[in-house]
Design a protein around this ligand. Structure first.
Ligand code: AMP
Length: 412
């Protein structure tokens, strides 16, 4: 199948060709005809599958065909995309702008953490497609700055993340502020029961479209597991950077503190690094991301929330410096590499206190991640598990049985 077979407007096809997209991805092939037909869609797909174009292209097509016929501009917002994070909102806006280069459609985004005035200016001039984070959108609506009465298509992107971030009530409120007869598209990387019931509440006779998250991640991404004592993760990271790794990479840490600490060490060792996490201002986060995209730095250290959904082309490596405590986050993280069929590499550092995390991740993947034993900081295989030393035969016996059990069974 080609994009032409999807019957999109020639002006949109021209912009798509300029992006060097030759064939639609599976999510695009399945979603575009449904959106063009005005059908509600539940899309189970993560970032990296081409899901943004899957909704952006048919939305632009539908709005453009209306403008084309009447050939007059108005200030009505016709499509609204709700995104959990500012970075994702900016990225979606960039995509809409690229795909609408040859149309006269206007897209803008509004999100928190930035001054309201420039966003208000844009809205006052008039936009056809609005991308928004929930809080800023409701704030602007409350101030009577934007009117959602003419929304024809509502997209809820990364719905599971909106749930994680506590936005579900805001999302429901936004859906109610739009006209009842609109078309609604809901995209989510995972489909927990709460997302299913949200979809049931907000969508009408939806069609379900799903691309296999795990198999798409597993096919093109190599996965390596490094078992390492926690205090030596930094040394292992430096060792690998010196000897084994080159290219663009993201290093994930669980906490903002961890991100800053690793940045300090890597800067001291003359690596070109920047960071994104929730404590940074929006301007600083965008600047870091642009530095990375422009190859001014080749290492980005990030927390999950700050990095989720951000598309970074040409990402070679993902390092899980800390393992995520939610197994799905592992799939999201490694999904940042190996995009659109490219080869990718992921390395995960696992210390003894993270053994339950790796167990859950491997269970979700349905396979074991190959352990890379050839590195200078392995956990000492002869090391006895820590036991509470006490006098008496009972404890001695307990100690022996724990130690021998550990010898027989590896925990990873
Ligand atoms: P997304 O899942 O929307 O974040 O898209 C992931 C990446 O795939 C982006 O860099 C897109 O530009 C790219 N992409 C989207 N659709 C296609 C396609 N049909 N062919 C090749 N690359 C694509």
């Amino acid at each position: 199948m080609t994009f032409k077979d999807l019957h999109l407007n020639a002006k949109i096809l021209k912009a798509v060709a300029e992006q060097n997209y030759t064939t639609p991805t599976p999510i695009q092939e399945a979603t575009i005809p449904l959106v063009l037909d005005g059908i509600d869609v539940i899309g189970c797909a993560q970032t990296g599958t081409g899901k943004t174009a899957a909704f952006a292209l048919p939305i632009l097509d539908r709005i453009f065909s209306q403008l084309d016929a009447s050939n007059k501009r108005d200030k009505k917002i016709k499509a609204l995309v709700v995104s959990p994070t500012r970075e994702l909102a900016i990225q979606i806006e960039e995509n809409f702008k690229k795909y609408s280069t040859y149309t006269n459609l206007r897209t803008t985004s509004v999100y928190g953490g930035m001054a309201m005035e420039p966003q208000i200016d844009q809205l006052t001039k008039g936009v056809d497609v609005l991308i928004a984070t929930p809080g800023r959108l409701l704030d602007l609506h409350k101030r009577d700055i934007l009117n959602l009465d003419y929304i024809q298509i509502l997209v809820l992107d990364e719905a599971d993340m909106m749930l994680d971030m506590g936005f579900i009530d805001d999302v429901k409120k936004i859906a109610r502020l739009c006209p009842p007869q609109k078309q609604t598209l809901l995209f989510s990387a995972t489909m927990p029961p709460k997302i299913e019931s949200l979809a049931n509440e907000l969508l009408t006779e939806p069609e379900k479209v799903s691309v296999s998250v795990l198999s798409s991640a597993a096919k093109t991404i190599s996965q390596e597991l490094y078992i390492v004592p926690k205090p030596q993760k930094i040394e292992l990271c430096l060792h690998l950077l010196r000897n084994n790794l080159s290219g663009n990479m993201i290093i994930f840490r669980r906490t903002k503190f961890g991100v800053d600490k690793l940045e300090e060490t890597l800067l001291k060792n003359n690596y070109k690094v920047d960071t994104i996490h929730g404590d940074k201002t929006q301007v600083a986060r965008t600047k870091a991301l642009n530095k990375f995209k422009n190859n001014d730095v080749n290492i980005l250290i990030a927390t999950d929330v700050a990095a989720r959904g951000i598309d970074i082309p040409n990402l070679d490596i993902v390092i899980n410096f800390d393992l995520p405590n939610i197994p799905e986050a592992y799939v999201h993280r490694i999904g940042r590499t190996g995009r659109a069929g490219k080869e990718g590499r992921s390395l995960s550092f696992c210390s003894a206190d993270e053994k339950t995390y790796i167990k859950d991740i491997q269970q979700l993947l349905g396979k074991l991640i190959p352990v890379e034993e050839n590195h200078p900081y392995p956990l000492d295989p002869k090391a006895k598990p820590e036991v509470h030393k006490k006098q008496g035969s009972k404890h001695k016996k307990g100690r022996k049985s724990v130690a021998s059990k550990a010898k027989k069974k590896r925990w990873y």
